[in-house]
Ligand binder design. Structure first.
Ligand SMILES: Nc1ncnc2c1ncn2[C@@H]1O[C@H](COP(=O)(O)OP(=O)(O)OP(=O)(O)O)[C@@H](O)[C@H]1O
Length: 856
C-alpha cells in the first residue's frame, strides 16, 4: 500500500540528500581520484607540477602520482624514457594517465624521500654506506647508459630512497638518447653538478657529463658539502673549470679520493667508464655485485619475452583470469610498455603478490628468532653484511660479493662453515641455513644447533596440535626460505653496517611490531648540534643559490623566456622577477647557438666516448683550454648576437648563465631539442623500422599525444605556469615544441624473470615490509582527504577536475592512460599502438631480428 506521509517525506529527504551529495562531488574543486588511484595527500611539487601520494584502488598499493601539463615537452620526454626502464634502482613507472590538460604518472613510491634530504639529516655518510648507495646509483646510470640514454640531471634531489633505504634514480625530464648523436649541444642540468665542458659551452658527450655528476654526488655524500659551490655563480663555474676539489676537510679513504678524482677529470675523455667505476676498489663488494646483476638484467631484457613465465607471474595471471580480466590484453600492455591501466594493474598486483609471498618469511623468522631467544644461544646477532665483512677480512683480501656468495654456497653444500664467528656468534640465518641443509655432513653441527632446537620446538608444537601433519613441510619451507635469504647477496647489501635488516627483526620479534622506518640508517646523526650546523651550512649553500637568482638575476631571463609566447620572450618583457626562495640547486636547460645541429651528428661509439672523427674537431676541448675567460667571451659574443627583444634579458645573465642564444639559432636548437623527445629513436628500434620499411609518416608519437595540433600551434608553457610554480620551476627551460621529421621510439624492454624478481624482492620487498604497508591499511583511509577539509595546500581548478572525473568514470576494463584519451577508436592509423608501429616490436623481436641478421 502507499507509504504514509511521514515515510514519503523521509524518502524525499533521503533522495535529496543523496542527490546533493552527488552534485557536490561533481562540482567540488577538490581532486580525490585519478583513474584507478585515490589521492591521499600532496607530498611534493616539482617543476612539472604537483606530486601526490595515492593508492591504487584495485590492489591497495601506495604509489606516487606525479602530474604535469601534457603540453610540457619535458613531461613527454620523462614519460617517453622512463617507461622503458625496468630496473630495481630506477623508480618504476606503472601507469600513465592522460587527461584533457594533464599527464599523470603513477610511480613507485619511495617513502625515504630524496637522498639530498637524507644527507642533510646525516651530515655525511660513512664510507660503507656511501659505497653501497653510490654503487646502486651508478648501477642505475649504467643501466640507462646501456640503453643509450643519458640522464643529464643527476643530482642528490633526483635520487630517492625507498623504505628500505635503497637508492632509486628518478626524474628523466632531461633524458635523451645518444644512439643517433654522440655529441650533444643542449646545455641542461644544475650548475653545481655540471661538467666543465657544459660550463664552457662545448659540445659534449652525454655519457661523460653523467659521469662527472656522479663524481659530484660521491664527493658530496662523503664530504657532506659540494665540491664546487661558491656564493657567486661565476666563481662556481670558474672552480668547476679550473680547480680540483679540496679533500682536506673530510675523513675518507685513499680509494674514495682516487675514485672521485677519476670521476671529476676535467677532460671527459679521461673519465672512467661506468663499468670501471663499478669495478673500483672503493665500491667493493657492492660495485661488482651491482655490475653483475645489471648485466644480467640487461641480457634478460634484451632477450625479452619472459614476462609471464615466472611462477608468481603465472599464478597471478591465473588469478586475474579467474576474476574475469582480459589477460591477453594485460600481456600485450605490459610487453608493449603501454603504461596503461592494465600495465598498472599488472605491475602493482605483481608487487603485491610477491610481497605476500615473501611476507611469509618474516613471520616465520620472527618465530625462529623467538625460539632462539627462548634458547638463548648467544650474543646479539650480526647482520649478514657484517658476516660478509668478517668473511672478507678472514680471507685476507677484498673479495667480490659474488665470490663471497659462492664461497658461502659451498659452505652450505656441506663444508664446515668457514666463519670467523663462534657458533654462538653466528648469524641465526646462517646457522639456520647451514644446519638446515639436508646434506649429511651438516649432521656434524646438529648438537647445540638452533635449527634443531627450532625443529624440535615446532615438532612438539605440532604433535600437541590437532593438525599433526605438515610439520616437516613447514620446517623445510622455513629452511628453503632461509636458505634463499641467506644466499641472497642483495639481502646482505641491504644493511652493510649491520644495523638494519636483522637488527630490525631483532627489534620486532619481541613486540611483533613492524617498523615502517626505512632502515636504521635513517636515524638522525647523533651529534645534534653538529647536524644542525651542517644543516645550516647546507641551507646557506642552497640559499646562496636563491640569492644568486634574485640578486644576480641569473635566472631572470629564464623567467622572461618562460613568459614569452612559444618560448620566445616577449618584446620588452624584461622586468625583473622576484622569485620565491628555493632551497636547492636548480635544473636548467639552455641551448647553444654556435653549433649547427649537424656538426656533431656522427655515429655514437659504444664505449660512450666520442668517435674519433669528432675528436679532431677544433671546437671540442682537449681538456686543456679551461680558462673561464673563454666562457665569458663566448657568452659575450652570444649576447652581442642576440636580437633586441632578448637583449636585456640575456645581458643580465650573459656571464652566469649559458643559456643565451640568438633567437634564430635558438629556434633551431630548440627544434633540435624537441626532436630529442619525439625522435628519440632506439638504435634497435630505429634499425628495425628502417629494415621493415616503416616510414616516418606513420611512425610517429605525435598523433597519440596530439603533438601536431595544439602542441605546436598554441602552446605557451609560461602562460600555463606563470605565477603558479615556485622558482625552481622557472629554472627548467622548455625545449622547443617544434616537431619535425620522423618520430620514433626506444626499444621496449621486458621485465625480469621470476628468479630475478624474486631476488629483487629480497632486495626491495623483503621481509621487513611493514604489515601496514599492504593490504589496504586503514591508515590510508585516515589520510584520505575528506571533502570538507582538504589536506591539499592547493587544489586544482575545476577545469582540471573535469577530465579527472571523466577518467574516474571510466570502467576499469575500458582502460585509462594512453588508451583513455587516445583510444584506438580516436586515433588514426599512426596510433601509438597500431600494428605498424615500432612499439609493436618487443625487445625479443628486435633481438630475434638481430639474430636472424647475424645468421644470414
Ligand atoms: N616516487 C616518488 N616517491 C616519493 N616522493 C617522490 C617521488 N617522486 C617525486 N617525489 C617527491 O616529489 C617532489 C617533486 O618531485 P620531482 O623532483 O621529481 O619533480 P620534478 O618536477 O621533476 O622537479 P625537479 O625537476 O625540479 O627536480 C620531490 O620532493 C620528491 O621528493
Amino acid at each position: 500500500m502507499f507509504a504514509s506521509k511521514l515515510e514519503q517525506n523521509n524518502l524525499k529527504a533521503t533522495i535529496a540528500a543523496s542527490y546533493n551529495k552527488l552534485y557536490s562531488q561533481f562540482s567540488s574543486d577538490e581532486l580525490s581520484e585519478v583513474g584507478n588511484y585515490k589521492i591521499l595527500k600532496m607530498i611534493g611539487e616539482g617543476s612539472f607540477g604537483k606530486v601526490y601520494l595515492a593508492r591504487h584502488r584495485p590492489t591497495h598499493q601506495k604509489v606516487v602520482l606525479k602530474t604535469g601539463s601534457k603540453r610540457d615537452p619535458n613531461v613527454v620526454r620523462e614519460v617517453f624514457y622512463h617507461r622503458q626502464f625496468d630496473y630495481n634502482h630506477i623508480t618504476k613507472l606503472y601507469e600513465v594517465i592522460v587527461t584533457e590538460n594533464n599527464v599523470w604518472m603513477a610511480l613507485e613510491y619511495c617513502s625515504g624521500r630524496e637522498l639530498y634530504e637524507y644527507l642533510l639529516m646525516r651530515k655525511q655518510l660513512p664510507a660503507d654506506e656511501c659505497s653501497r648507495l653510490f654503487s646502486q646509483i651508478v648501477g642505475a646510470v649504467f643501466y640507462a647508459h646501456a640503453l643509450k640514454c643519458v640522464h643529464r640531471d643527476l643530482k642528490l634531489e633526483n635520487i630517492l630512497l625507498d623504505k628500505r633505504g635503497q637508492a632509486k634514480l628518478t626524474d628523466f625530464g632531461f633524458t635523451r638518447e645518444c644512439a643517433t648523436k654522440s655529441m650533444l649541444e643542449t646545455i641542461c642540468g644544475t650548475t653545481v653538478y655540471m661538467a666543465p665542458e657544459l660550463i664552457e659551452k662545448k659540445t659534449y658527450d652525454g655519457f661523460k657529463i653523467d659521469t662527472w655528476s656522479l663524481g659530484v654526488i660521491l664527493y658530496t655524500l662523503l664530504f657532506g658539502c659540494m665540491p664546487f659551490d661558491e656564493e657567486d655563480e661565476t666563481r662556481t663555474k670558474l672552480k668547476i673549470v679550473n680547480e680540483d676539489p679540496g679533500y682536506e676537510n673530510g675523513v675518507t679513504t685513499a680509494a674514495a679520493k682516487d675514485l672521485i678524482s677519476k670521476l671529476l677529470q676535467k677532460d671527459p675523455l679521461l673519465r672512467p667508464s661506468l663499468e670501471e667505476v663499478l669495478n673500483h676498489q672503493f665500491l667493493q663488494p657492492y660495485g661488482l655485485y651491482v655490475l653483475g646483476k645489471t648485466e644480467k638484467i640487461l641480457k634478460q631484457q634484451k632477450r625479452g619475452g619472459r614476462n609471464f613465465r615466472g611462477k608468481i607471474e603465472r599464478r597471478l595471471l591465473k588469478k586475474l583470469k579467474q576474476s574475469g580480466f582480459d589477460t591477453q590484453g594485460i600481456k600485450q600492455s605490459v610487453n608493449k610498455r603501454k603504461c596503461d591501466c592494465l600495465s598498472g594493474l599488472w605491475y602493482l598486483s605483481l608487487e603485491k603478490e610477491k610481497r605476500s609471498e615473501f611476507t611469509k618469511l618474516p613471520r616465520r623468522s620472527r618465530s625462529v628468532l623467538s625460539v632462539k631467544r627462548v634458547f638463548d644461544v648467544g650474543p646479539p646477532l650480526k647482520s649478514a653484511a657484517e658476516s660478509i665483512k668478517d668473511f672478507n677480512s678472514s680471507a685476507g683480501q677484498q673479495t667480490s660479493l659474488l665470490r663471497v656468495v659462492s664461497r658461502r654456497s659451498e659452505d652450505n653444500a656441506g663444508r664446515k662453515p668457514h666463519s670467523p664467528h663462534s657458533e654462538g656468534q653466528t648469524s641465526p640465518l646462517r646457522a639456520l641455513q647451514s644446519n638446515g641443509s639436508s646434506s649429511p655432513s651438516s649432521g656434524r653441527h646438529k648438537k647445540n644447533n638452533i635449527f634443531m632446537k627450532m625443529t624440535s620446538f615446532f615438532k612438539n608444537k605440532k604433535q600437541h596440535s590437532a593438525h599433526g601433519t605438515g610439520s616437516n613441510s613447514a620446517n623445510s619451507s622455513i629452511i628453503k626460505k632461509t636458505e634463499k635469504r641467506e644466499f641472497n647477496p642483495s639481502m646482505d647489501l641491504k644493511e652493510p653496517n649491520g644495523t638494519g635488516a636483522l637488527h630490525k627483526s631483532k627489534l620486532s620479534f619481541g613486540s611483533e611490531k613492524s617498523e615502517s622506518v626505512p632502515s636504521e640508517a635513517f636515524k638522525v646523526h647523533p651529534d645534534a648540534t653538529e647536524s644542525r650546523h651542517v644543516l645550516e651550512k647546507l641551507k646557506s649553500n642552497t640559499s646562496s643559490e636563491v640569492s644568486r637568482q634574485t640578486s644576480g638575476g641569473n635566472y631572470d631571463s629564464e623567467f622572461d623566456y618562460r613568459n614569452g609566447k612559444h618560448g620566445i620572450p616577449d618584446d620588452g618583457d624584461n622586468q625583473k622577477y622576484d622569485p620565491p626562495p628555493r632551497g636547492r640547486p636548480l635544473s636548467i636547460v639552455s641551448h647553444q647557438s654556435e653549433f649547427s645541429n649537424d656538426t656533431y651528428n656522427s655515429e655514437y661509439s659504444t664505449d660512450g666516448n666520442p668517435p674519433s672523427s669528432s675528436k679532431g674537431n677544433s671546437t671540442i676541448s682537449s681538456g686543456t683550454n679551461r680558462n673561464i675567460n673563454a666562457v665569458i667571451m663566448s657568452a659575450k659574443s652570444d649576447s652581442s648576437e642576440i636580437n633586441s627583444s632578448f637583449n636585456k634579458a640575456v645581458a643580465r645573465r650573459s656571464v652566469s648563465i649559458m643559456s643565451s642564444a640568438s633567437s634564430a639559432s635558438e629556434k633551431s636548437s630548440r627544434a633540435d631539442s624537441f626532436q630529442e623527445i619525439s625522435t628519440a629513436p632506439s638504435p634497435k628500434g630505429m634499425d628495425i623500422r628502417a629494415m621493415n620499411g616503416f616510414t616516418s609518416g606513420t611512425d610517429t608519437v605525435a598523433p597519440r599525444i596530439k603533438l601536431g595540433s595544439h602542441w605546436l600551434s598554441k602552446r605557451g608553457p609560461s602562460s600555463l605556469r606563470r605565477g603558479r610554480l615556485p622558482k625552481r620551476t622557472l629554472n627548467r627551460k622548455f625545449m622547443s615544441r617544434h616537431s619535425s621529421g620522423r618520430q620514433s621510439v626506444i626499444q621496449e624492454e621486458s621485465s625480469l624473470t621470476d628468479e630475478d624478481e624474486t631476488q629483487d624482492l629480497l632486495i626491495g620487498q623483503g621481509p621487513y615490509v611493514s604489515s601496514e604497508e599492504h593490504e589496504g591499511s586503514p591508515k590510508f583511509e585516515s589520510q584520505t582527504p575528506s571533502k570538507a577539509g582538504t589536506p591539499f595546500s592547493s587544489v586544482p581548478t575545476r577545469e582540471d577536475i573535469r577530465p579527472e572525473v571523466a577518467s574516474v568514470r571510466q570502467s576499469f576494463s575500458e582502460g585509462s592512460g594512453w588508451s583513455h584519451d587516445l583510444s584506438e577508436d580516436n586515433v588514426d592509423s599512426t596510433n601509438f599502438d597500431s600494428g605498424t608501429h615500432a612499439e609493436e616490436y618487443s625487445v625479443s623481436e628486435i633481438a630475434d631480428h638481430e639474430d636472424n641478421k647475424e645468421g644470414e
